[in-house]
Design a protein around this ligand. Structure first.
Ligand code: SF4
Length: 249
């Protein structure tokens, strides 16, 4: 699953850029999902007085509205992007306005001033209203999605990769840098995905079939603990591969 974000100032062309990208990705026969980040503190789909609202008020922590043509799962909190993405199994997921996770990004803006205000690591393309006035900025291609959507989606196919880790530098710097700089370097061709230790995990833990992200420090603790216990048992051999399954009960 390849994930990227389109972000920028209000009315700078984010949603239009995303609409064009989704249509072109679909035309290329990819499956596509999307996530829209909403910064309005008042935003809530569920309204006071509805039956689902009453469920929530009574204490239900996860409410689902199951309709004939739409099903809405209403979490009572903001959840992290990796948590959200557990519900997706698409070739591409396009995020609108997500800036708090380690993702390749397309920046939209009206002007150079706006691009400067929002500049961050991991930008591989620029689009939106500013694309009518330039072709390149800070070495990054500026693409007008209205005329050159093909070119922008070619770049997405070339640059975007599956979700990278976003752990604190104190927990992992095994690739020689931190996760954000690694993502930026990956887009510039400085690193390869395989250089992230998370891609070559020696220890894998799945909970209900979903892989758990673990920095090397945690992987080493689990490995040392499990091997330490099992080494006391008959049948254990050094360097053997170990598989443990624990059922729900
Ligand atoms: S090796 Fe992977 S998890 Fe560790 S800092 Fe680099 S990118 Fe992040």
């Amino acid at each position: 699953m390849n994930v990227f974000s389109v972000y920028g100032c209000t009315q700078s062309g984010k949603t239009t850029t995303i609409e064009y990208i989704i249509r072109e990705l679909k035309r290329r026969r990819y499956s596509v999902g999307s996530v829209k980040e909403i910064h309005n503190e008042e935003f809530k789909i569920d309204k006071e007085g509805t039956n689902t609202y009453r469920h929530k008020e009574a204490g239900s922590q996860l409410v689902t509205a199951r309709g004939l043509f739409e099903t809405d799962v209403l979490y009572q909190e903001m959840i992290s992007l990796p948590e959200i993405l557990k519900h997706y199994q698409h070739d591409y997921v396009v995020c609108e306005g997500v800036t708090d996770y380690n993702l390749p990004k397309i920046l939209t803006g009206h002007s150079i001033e706006e691009l400067e205000q929002r500049w961050s690591k991991g930008i591989f393309a620029i689009s939106g209203r500013v694309a009518a006035t330039m072709d390149e900025y800070r070495g990054v291609p500026v693409i007008n999605v209205l005329d050159e959507c093909d070119k922008l989606v070619d770049l997405i196919e070339e640059k975007v990769f599956h979700l990278l880790p976003d752990v604190d530098e104190a927990c992992c710097s095994a690739c020689g840098t931190n996760c954000r700089d690694f993502c930026d370097g990956l887009l510039k061709g400085i690193y390869k995905v395989e250089e992230c230790v998370q891609q070559n995990k020696k220890v894998q833990v799945y909970i209900d079939g979903k892989s758990l992200d673990m920095v090397p420090f945690v992987q080493n603790i689990i490995k040392a603990s499990v091997k330490g216990m099992l080494s006391q048992l008959d049948g254990y051999a050094k360097n053997s591969s170990i598989r443990i399954e624990i059922s729900g009960e």
